[in-house]
Design a binder for this molecule. Structure first.
Ligand code: FES
Length: 166
């Protein structure tokens, strides 16, 4: 699928152009409710998350109730209805990691980034989340940054992890 996107002179895509892309995606999938998850994936790729006004636009164009779009957007963990940071840091709270101190790591990260768990920093650089076992129990406690697993994390290692994201 090839999409042509007009941009404003500063090079940043205008909201009008983004909406045109959303409309193209919906049309490409024939506005079929069965394709809603794929459509939402692609739209999230445009905005980085699923803003409520865009959900409304999708609902109208697909002739579906907003509650259905919202329900799907909030049910699946891979969708976000809030702006996300450039880096998503997830602290594993599975049993092995918990036993080895992941709570301290989470607390320290929250302090260092000045952000609550489940939220994004004001500069939109980091989103801090928790997750269940990420399958690296032998390397507990583990943290992931944009999906890359970092093993045997301790509070002293956190500065280096954040520096990697600079
Ligand atoms: S419990 Fe953390 S990786 Fe398994």
């Amino acid at each position: 699928m090839e999409l042509h996107t007009p941009t404003c002179q500063c090079g940043e895509e205008t909201e009008e152009a983004r909406r045109a892309r959303v409309a193209e995606i919906i049309d490409e999938f024939h506005a079929q409710p069965d394709n809603l998850i794929q459509i939402l994936h692609l739209v999230q790729g445009i905005y980085g998350y699923l803003p409520l006004d865009v959900q409304q636009f999708i609902a109208e164009r697909m002739d579906l109730p907003l509650s259905e779009i919202y329900g799907v957007s909030t049910f699946y963990s891979f969708f976000s209805t809030e702006p996300r940071g450039e880096y998503t840091i997830r602290v594993c709270m599975g049993t092995a990691c918990y036993v080895r101190g992941s709570t301290k790591i989470l607390k320290r990260l929250s302090e260092m980034l000045d952000v609550a768990v489940g939220s994004t920093t004001k500069d939109r650089k980091f989103t801090l989340e928790v997750m269940r076992c990420m399958g690296a129990c032998g390397l507990a406690p583990a943290v992931s940054v944009n999906g890359e697993v970092i093993p045997q994390v301790n509070p002293d290692k956190l500065n280096r992890i954040l520096e990697m994201c600079s």
